[in-house]
Design a binder for this molecule. Structure first.
Ligand SMILES: *Cc1c(COP(=O)(O)O)cnc(C)c1O
Length: 386
Protein backbone atom coordinates (compact mmCIF):
# COMPACT_ATOMS: atom_id res chain seq x y z
CA UNK A 1 0.00 0.00 0.00
CA UNK A 2 2.79 2.44 0.85
CA UNK A 3 4.17 2.13 -2.68
CA UNK A 4 0.80 2.87 -4.17
CA UNK A 5 0.39 5.94 -1.99
CA UNK A 6 3.92 7.10 -2.75
CA UNK A 7 3.20 6.72 -6.46
CA UNK A 8 0.03 8.82 -6.17
CA UNK A 9 1.71 11.49 -4.02
CA UNK A 10 4.65 11.80 -6.41
CA UNK A 11 2.37 12.11 -9.44
CA UNK A 12 0.37 14.81 -7.70
CA UNK A 13 3.50 16.73 -6.69
CA UNK A 14 4.66 16.70 -10.31
CA UNK A 15 1.31 18.07 -11.50
CA UNK A 16 1.27 20.64 -8.70
CA UNK A 17 4.71 21.91 -9.79
CA UNK A 18 3.31 22.56 -13.28
CA UNK A 19 0.13 24.14 -11.88
CA UNK A 20 -1.83 21.29 -13.47
CA UNK A 21 -3.28 19.71 -10.35
CA UNK A 22 -7.06 19.97 -10.26
CA UNK A 23 -9.22 20.26 -7.18
CA UNK A 24 -12.95 20.20 -6.63
CA UNK A 25 -14.67 23.27 -5.20
CA UNK A 26 -18.13 23.08 -3.68
CA UNK A 27 -20.40 25.15 -5.91
CA UNK A 28 -24.04 25.58 -5.02
CA UNK A 29 -26.11 26.59 -8.04
CA UNK A 30 -28.87 29.02 -7.06
CA UNK A 31 -30.48 29.10 -10.48
CA UNK A 32 -29.27 28.86 -14.08
CA UNK A 33 -26.59 31.55 -13.67
CA UNK A 34 -25.86 32.45 -10.03
CA UNK A 35 -23.58 30.26 -7.91
CA UNK A 36 -22.33 30.30 -4.33
CA UNK A 37 -18.68 29.35 -4.08
CA UNK A 38 -16.30 29.96 -1.14
CA UNK A 39 -18.95 32.10 0.55
CA UNK A 40 -19.22 34.38 -2.49
CA UNK A 41 -22.16 34.79 -4.85
CA UNK A 42 -20.81 34.69 -8.42
CA UNK A 43 -22.38 35.04 -11.85
CA UNK A 44 -21.27 31.98 -13.79
CA UNK A 45 -19.97 32.15 -17.33
CA UNK A 46 -18.77 28.55 -17.06
CA UNK A 47 -21.85 26.32 -17.05
CA UNK A 48 -22.97 24.38 -20.11
CA UNK A 49 -26.57 24.94 -19.00
CA UNK A 50 -27.04 27.19 -22.06
CA UNK A 51 -30.82 27.36 -21.80
CA UNK A 52 -30.90 27.35 -17.98
CA UNK A 53 -33.12 24.28 -18.21
CA UNK A 54 -31.52 22.55 -15.19
CA UNK A 55 -33.63 24.89 -13.06
CA UNK A 56 -36.70 25.35 -15.27
CA UNK A 57 -39.89 24.83 -13.19
CA UNK A 58 -41.82 22.83 -15.82
CA UNK A 59 -38.84 20.54 -16.39
CA UNK A 60 -38.31 20.01 -12.68
CA UNK A 61 -41.99 19.08 -12.40
CA UNK A 62 -41.65 16.55 -15.23
CA UNK A 63 -38.70 14.93 -13.42
CA UNK A 64 -40.54 14.83 -10.08
CA UNK A 65 -43.64 13.31 -11.71
CA UNK A 66 -41.46 10.62 -13.33
CA UNK A 67 -39.92 9.70 -9.97
CA UNK A 68 -43.40 9.35 -8.48
CA UNK A 69 -44.57 7.14 -11.34
CA UNK A 70 -41.46 5.10 -12.15
CA UNK A 71 -39.16 5.39 -9.11
CA UNK A 72 -35.71 6.85 -8.69
CA UNK A 73 -33.39 4.39 -10.42
CA UNK A 74 -34.02 2.26 -13.51
CA UNK A 75 -33.12 -0.94 -11.66
CA UNK A 76 -31.18 -2.66 -14.46
CA UNK A 77 -29.70 -2.12 -17.90
CA UNK A 78 -32.17 -1.44 -20.68
CA UNK A 79 -31.89 -4.91 -22.21
CA UNK A 80 -32.81 -6.51 -18.88
CA UNK A 81 -35.62 -4.63 -17.07
CA UNK A 82 -34.46 -0.99 -17.14
CA UNK A 83 -36.25 0.02 -20.35
CA UNK A 84 -38.98 2.14 -18.75
CA UNK A 85 -41.59 3.60 -21.14
CA UNK A 86 -40.00 7.07 -21.17
CA UNK A 87 -37.15 5.85 -23.39
CA UNK A 88 -39.39 5.25 -26.39
CA UNK A 89 -40.84 8.77 -26.05
CA UNK A 90 -37.42 10.33 -25.67
CA UNK A 91 -35.94 8.47 -28.64
CA UNK A 92 -38.91 9.38 -30.85
CA UNK A 93 -38.39 13.07 -30.01
CA UNK A 94 -34.64 12.94 -30.58
CA UNK A 95 -35.05 11.26 -33.97
CA UNK A 96 -37.65 13.87 -34.97
CA UNK A 97 -35.43 16.76 -33.86
CA UNK A 98 -32.46 15.37 -35.80
CA UNK A 99 -34.43 14.10 -38.81
CA UNK A 100 -33.31 10.47 -38.51
CA UNK A 101 -35.16 7.15 -38.59
CA UNK A 102 -34.23 6.23 -35.03
CA UNK A 103 -32.29 7.12 -31.91
CA UNK A 104 -30.63 5.39 -28.98
CA UNK A 105 -30.18 6.88 -25.50
CA UNK A 106 -27.11 6.00 -23.40
CA UNK A 107 -26.11 6.68 -19.79
CA UNK A 108 -23.98 9.68 -20.80
CA UNK A 109 -22.37 11.31 -23.81
CA UNK A 110 -19.03 9.83 -22.85
CA UNK A 111 -20.51 6.33 -22.70
CA UNK A 112 -22.26 6.94 -26.04
CA UNK A 113 -19.05 7.62 -27.94
CA UNK A 114 -17.23 4.71 -26.31
CA UNK A 115 -20.07 2.39 -27.31
CA UNK A 116 -20.83 3.75 -30.78
CA UNK A 117 -17.27 3.94 -32.07
CA UNK A 118 -16.15 0.59 -30.65
CA UNK A 119 -19.24 -1.15 -32.08
CA UNK A 120 -18.92 0.22 -35.61
CA UNK A 121 -15.14 0.16 -35.91
CA UNK A 122 -12.65 -2.66 -35.36
CA UNK A 123 -9.04 -3.65 -35.76
CA UNK A 124 -8.86 -3.44 -39.53
CA UNK A 125 -10.52 -0.05 -39.71
CA UNK A 126 -9.33 3.54 -40.04
CA UNK A 127 -10.42 6.38 -37.75
CA UNK A 128 -9.72 9.96 -38.75
CA UNK A 129 -10.32 12.36 -35.91
CA UNK A 130 -10.03 16.15 -35.67
CA UNK A 131 -7.11 16.83 -33.31
CA UNK A 132 -9.29 18.95 -31.01
CA UNK A 133 -12.06 16.38 -30.68
CA UNK A 134 -13.39 15.56 -27.22
CA UNK A 135 -11.66 13.02 -25.01
CA UNK A 136 -14.48 10.47 -25.45
CA UNK A 137 -14.03 10.35 -29.24
CA UNK A 138 -10.34 9.59 -28.71
CA UNK A 139 -11.20 7.01 -26.03
CA UNK A 140 -13.81 5.35 -28.30
CA UNK A 141 -11.31 5.19 -31.13
CA UNK A 142 -8.71 3.62 -28.83
CA UNK A 143 -11.26 1.08 -27.55
CA UNK A 144 -12.14 0.07 -31.12
CA UNK A 145 -8.57 -1.11 -31.74
CA UNK A 146 -8.59 0.51 -35.19
CA UNK A 147 -5.90 2.71 -36.70
CA UNK A 148 -6.29 6.23 -35.26
CA UNK A 149 -4.99 9.26 -37.17
CA UNK A 150 -5.73 12.84 -36.24
CA UNK A 151 -6.00 15.66 -38.75
CA UNK A 152 -5.19 19.29 -38.06
CA UNK A 153 -8.09 21.20 -36.58
CA UNK A 154 -10.83 21.77 -39.20
CA UNK A 155 -8.27 21.14 -41.97
CA UNK A 156 -10.18 19.13 -44.58
CA UNK A 157 -7.17 19.26 -46.92
CA UNK A 158 -5.13 17.41 -44.31
CA UNK A 159 -7.96 14.92 -43.77
CA UNK A 160 -8.12 14.31 -47.55
CA UNK A 161 -4.38 13.73 -47.70
CA UNK A 162 -4.53 11.18 -44.86
CA UNK A 163 -7.43 9.40 -46.58
CA UNK A 164 -5.48 9.25 -49.87
CA UNK A 165 -2.53 7.69 -48.09
CA UNK A 166 -4.34 5.28 -45.76
CA UNK A 167 -7.90 4.56 -46.91
CA UNK A 168 -6.93 1.73 -49.26
CA UNK A 169 -5.27 -0.24 -46.47
CA UNK A 170 -8.41 -0.56 -44.37
CA UNK A 171 -11.83 -2.18 -44.57
CA UNK A 172 -14.01 0.61 -43.12
CA UNK A 173 -13.21 4.24 -42.39
CA UNK A 174 -14.81 6.82 -40.09
CA UNK A 175 -14.30 10.54 -39.71
CA UNK A 176 -15.24 11.70 -36.21
CA UNK A 177 -15.37 15.30 -35.00
CA UNK A 178 -17.02 17.61 -32.53
CA UNK A 179 -19.78 19.55 -34.34
CA UNK A 180 -19.22 22.51 -32.00
CA UNK A 181 -15.74 22.38 -30.44
CA UNK A 182 -16.09 22.35 -26.69
CA UNK A 183 -13.09 24.53 -25.79
CA UNK A 184 -13.02 26.80 -28.88
CA UNK A 185 -16.67 27.26 -29.75
CA UNK A 186 -16.08 27.01 -33.49
CA UNK A 187 -17.98 24.69 -35.84
CA UNK A 188 -16.70 21.69 -37.81
CA UNK A 189 -16.91 21.97 -41.64
CA UNK A 190 -19.51 19.18 -41.75
CA UNK A 191 -20.47 19.64 -45.41
CA UNK A 192 -16.85 19.41 -46.55
CA UNK A 193 -16.24 16.38 -44.32
CA UNK A 194 -19.40 14.74 -45.69
CA UNK A 195 -18.06 15.27 -49.21
CA UNK A 196 -14.79 13.58 -48.22
CA UNK A 197 -16.76 10.68 -46.77
CA UNK A 198 -18.59 10.27 -50.10
CA UNK A 199 -15.34 10.41 -52.07
CA UNK A 200 -13.41 7.99 -49.86
CA UNK A 201 -16.23 5.71 -48.69
CA UNK A 202 -16.14 6.70 -45.03
CA UNK A 203 -18.73 7.22 -42.28
CA UNK A 204 -19.12 10.61 -40.59
CA UNK A 205 -19.80 10.96 -36.87
CA UNK A 206 -20.45 14.38 -35.36
CA UNK A 207 -20.50 14.98 -31.62
CA UNK A 208 -23.06 17.70 -31.02
CA UNK A 209 -22.72 17.95 -27.23
CA UNK A 210 -22.51 21.75 -27.49
CA UNK A 211 -24.73 22.13 -30.56
CA UNK A 212 -28.08 20.56 -29.69
CA UNK A 213 -30.48 23.16 -28.32
CA UNK A 214 -28.36 26.18 -29.24
CA UNK A 215 -27.35 26.26 -32.92
CA UNK A 216 -29.19 25.38 -36.14
CA UNK A 217 -32.55 26.52 -34.72
CA UNK A 218 -32.02 24.25 -31.71
CA UNK A 219 -31.55 21.18 -33.93
CA UNK A 220 -27.76 21.29 -33.70
CA UNK A 221 -24.68 21.83 -35.83
CA UNK A 222 -25.85 19.55 -38.65
CA UNK A 223 -28.59 22.13 -39.33
CA UNK A 224 -26.56 25.35 -39.30
CA UNK A 225 -27.18 27.45 -42.40
CA UNK A 226 -30.67 26.06 -42.84
CA UNK A 227 -29.73 22.95 -44.78
CA UNK A 228 -28.95 19.60 -43.23
CA UNK A 229 -25.40 18.26 -43.53
CA UNK A 230 -25.15 14.62 -44.55
CA UNK A 231 -24.08 13.12 -41.23
CA UNK A 232 -25.24 9.51 -40.73
CA UNK A 233 -24.10 9.39 -37.09
CA UNK A 234 -25.29 12.35 -35.00
CA UNK A 235 -24.44 11.88 -31.35
CA UNK A 236 -24.63 14.25 -28.42
CA UNK A 237 -25.52 14.72 -24.80
CA UNK A 238 -28.63 15.49 -22.80
CA UNK A 239 -26.51 17.10 -20.08
CA UNK A 240 -25.72 20.52 -21.55
CA UNK A 241 -28.39 22.67 -23.24
CA UNK A 242 -30.97 19.94 -22.55
CA UNK A 243 -30.27 20.44 -18.84
CA UNK A 244 -30.62 16.80 -17.80
CA UNK A 245 -28.28 13.83 -18.09
CA UNK A 246 -27.57 11.10 -20.65
CA UNK A 247 -26.19 10.69 -24.17
CA UNK A 248 -27.74 9.82 -27.52
CA UNK A 249 -27.12 8.65 -31.06
CA UNK A 250 -29.49 9.58 -33.90
CA UNK A 251 -29.02 7.41 -37.00
CA UNK A 252 -30.73 4.97 -39.36
CA UNK A 253 -32.89 2.16 -37.95
CA UNK A 254 -30.31 -0.47 -38.93
CA UNK A 255 -27.47 1.32 -37.15
CA UNK A 256 -29.56 1.92 -34.03
CA UNK A 257 -30.65 -1.74 -33.96
CA UNK A 258 -27.00 -2.82 -34.17
CA UNK A 259 -25.95 -0.40 -31.42
CA UNK A 260 -28.71 -1.64 -29.11
CA UNK A 261 -27.57 -5.20 -29.71
CA UNK A 262 -23.81 -4.73 -29.50
CA UNK A 263 -22.62 -1.50 -27.82
CA UNK A 264 -21.02 -2.58 -24.58
CA UNK A 265 -21.64 0.71 -22.75
CA UNK A 266 -25.32 0.30 -23.60
CA UNK A 267 -25.59 -3.39 -22.68
CA UNK A 268 -23.51 -3.51 -19.50
CA UNK A 269 -24.47 -0.23 -17.84
CA UNK A 270 -27.64 0.59 -15.94
CA UNK A 271 -30.32 2.53 -17.81
CA UNK A 272 -30.74 6.26 -17.28
CA UNK A 273 -33.05 7.08 -14.34
CA UNK A 274 -36.67 7.93 -15.28
CA UNK A 275 -36.35 11.51 -13.99
CA UNK A 276 -33.46 12.23 -16.37
CA UNK A 277 -35.41 10.90 -19.34
CA UNK A 278 -38.56 12.82 -18.38
CA UNK A 279 -36.61 16.07 -17.97
CA UNK A 280 -34.98 15.59 -21.39
CA UNK A 281 -38.38 14.99 -23.03
CA UNK A 282 -39.80 18.20 -21.52
CA UNK A 283 -36.68 20.13 -22.56
CA UNK A 284 -36.79 18.93 -26.18
CA UNK A 285 -40.47 19.88 -26.41
CA UNK A 286 -39.62 23.35 -25.14
CA UNK A 287 -36.72 23.77 -27.60
CA UNK A 288 -38.65 22.44 -30.59
CA UNK A 289 -41.52 24.79 -29.81
CA UNK A 290 -39.46 27.96 -29.31
CA UNK A 291 -36.47 28.42 -31.69
CA UNK A 292 -36.14 32.05 -30.53
CA UNK A 293 -35.41 30.86 -26.98
CA UNK A 294 -32.81 28.43 -28.35
CA UNK A 295 -31.15 31.22 -30.35
CA UNK A 296 -30.67 33.52 -27.34
CA UNK A 297 -27.32 32.20 -25.95
CA UNK A 298 -25.60 32.60 -29.33
CA UNK A 299 -27.06 36.10 -29.70
CA UNK A 300 -25.55 37.04 -26.31
CA UNK A 301 -22.19 35.50 -27.21
CA UNK A 302 -22.16 37.51 -30.46
CA UNK A 303 -22.86 40.74 -28.59
CA UNK A 304 -19.85 39.98 -26.37
CA UNK A 305 -17.45 39.20 -29.24
CA UNK A 306 -18.60 42.30 -31.16
CA UNK A 307 -18.00 44.46 -28.07
CA UNK A 308 -14.37 43.22 -27.82
CA UNK A 309 -13.57 42.94 -31.56
CA UNK A 310 -13.05 39.21 -31.17
CA UNK A 311 -13.87 36.83 -34.05
CA UNK A 312 -17.67 36.53 -34.19
CA UNK A 313 -19.01 33.79 -31.91
CA UNK A 314 -20.33 30.75 -33.79
CA UNK A 315 -21.77 29.10 -30.68
CA UNK A 316 -22.40 30.14 -27.06
CA UNK A 317 -18.74 29.23 -26.26
CA UNK A 318 -16.13 31.99 -26.47
CA UNK A 319 -12.46 31.32 -25.60
CA UNK A 320 -10.08 34.04 -24.46
CA UNK A 321 -6.72 32.36 -25.11
CA UNK A 322 -4.04 33.76 -22.80
CA UNK A 323 -1.46 30.98 -23.37
CA UNK A 324 0.31 30.87 -20.03
CA UNK A 325 -1.30 28.61 -17.40
CA UNK A 326 -0.36 30.74 -14.40
CA UNK A 327 -1.58 33.94 -16.03
CA UNK A 328 -4.87 32.22 -16.92
CA UNK A 329 -5.43 31.10 -13.32
CA UNK A 330 -4.69 34.65 -12.14
CA UNK A 331 -7.16 36.08 -14.66
CA UNK A 332 -9.84 33.68 -13.44
CA UNK A 333 -9.19 34.76 -9.81
CA UNK A 334 -9.30 38.42 -10.80
CA UNK A 335 -12.71 37.89 -12.44
CA UNK A 336 -13.95 36.08 -9.32
CA UNK A 337 -13.00 39.18 -7.30
CA UNK A 338 -15.26 41.09 -9.70
CA UNK A 339 -18.12 38.66 -9.09
CA UNK A 340 -17.74 36.44 -12.18
CA UNK A 341 -17.11 32.71 -12.28
CA UNK A 342 -15.02 32.10 -15.41
CA UNK A 343 -13.11 28.82 -15.40
CA UNK A 344 -9.45 28.63 -16.40
CA UNK A 345 -8.95 25.78 -18.87
CA UNK A 346 -5.50 24.22 -18.89
CA UNK A 347 -3.66 21.33 -20.55
CA UNK A 348 -4.32 18.50 -21.13
CA UNK A 349 -7.90 19.68 -21.75
CA UNK A 350 -6.41 22.10 -24.32
CA UNK A 351 -3.02 21.90 -26.12
CA UNK A 352 -0.08 23.16 -24.09
CA UNK A 353 0.57 26.87 -24.50
CA UNK A 354 -3.12 27.59 -25.14
CA UNK A 355 -4.48 27.94 -21.60
CA UNK A 356 -7.58 30.04 -21.75
CA UNK A 357 -10.63 31.47 -20.12
CA UNK A 358 -13.64 29.68 -21.54
CA UNK A 359 -16.83 31.73 -21.42
CA UNK A 360 -20.27 30.30 -22.01
CA UNK A 361 -23.34 32.45 -22.55
CA UNK A 362 -26.81 31.42 -21.49
CA UNK A 363 -30.35 32.72 -21.94
CA UNK A 364 -30.49 34.23 -18.47
CA UNK A 365 -27.33 36.36 -18.50
CA UNK A 366 -28.33 40.02 -17.99
CA UNK A 367 -27.00 42.21 -20.83
CA UNK A 368 -25.59 44.79 -18.39
CA UNK A 369 -23.49 42.09 -16.68
CA UNK A 370 -22.19 40.90 -20.06
CA UNK A 371 -21.23 44.51 -20.76
CA UNK A 372 -19.44 44.84 -17.39
CA UNK A 373 -17.57 41.54 -17.97
CA UNK A 374 -16.55 42.67 -21.46
CA UNK A 375 -15.29 46.00 -20.13
CA UNK A 376 -13.12 44.30 -17.48
CA UNK A 377 -11.73 41.70 -19.89
CA UNK A 378 -11.08 44.37 -22.51
CA UNK A 379 -9.25 46.69 -20.11
CA UNK A 380 -7.31 44.24 -17.99
CA UNK A 381 -6.69 41.19 -20.16
CA UNK A 382 -6.83 42.21 -23.81
CA UNK A 383 -5.51 45.77 -23.45
CA UNK A 384 -4.18 46.39 -26.94
CA UNK A 385 -6.97 44.59 -28.77
CA UNK A 386 -9.80 46.95 -27.84
C1 LIG B 1 -19.42 17.07 -22.53
C2 LIG B 1 -19.05 16.40 -23.79
C3 LIG B 1 -19.24 15.02 -23.95
C4 LIG B 1 -19.66 14.12 -22.82
O1 LIG B 1 -21.01 14.21 -22.54
P1 LIG B 1 -21.52 13.79 -21.09
O2 LIG B 1 -22.96 13.53 -21.27
O3 LIG B 1 -21.21 14.91 -20.18
O4 LIG B 1 -20.75 12.54 -20.72
C5 LIG B 1 -19.00 14.48 -25.18
N1 LIG B 1 -18.54 15.22 -26.20
C6 LIG B 1 -18.31 16.54 -26.08
C7 LIG B 1 -17.82 17.31 -27.25
C8 LIG B 1 -18.54 17.17 -24.86
O5 LIG B 1 -18.29 18.47 -24.72
Amino acid sequence: MSNLNAFAAEKLAGLEAKRLRRTLIDTAREDGIWMIRGGRRLLSFSCNDYLNLTQHPAIQEAAIAAIRTHGVGAGASRLVTGNHPLFAQLETRLAALKGTEAACVFGSGYLANLGIISTLMGRNDLLLVDELSHSCIMAGAALSGGKLLSFRHNDTGHAAQLLKEHRGLHRHAMIATDGVFSMDGDLAPLNALAALCREFDAWLLSDDAHGIGVVGGGRGSTFVGGHRAEVPLQMGTLSKAIGSYGGYLCASQAVIDLIKTRARTFIYSTALPPASAAAAIAAIDLIAGDPEYAATPLRKAKAFTARLNLPEAMSPIVPIILGDTDQTLKASNMLADEGFLVAAIRPPTVPSGTSRLRLTFTVGHPDREIERLAAIIGERLLGSRT
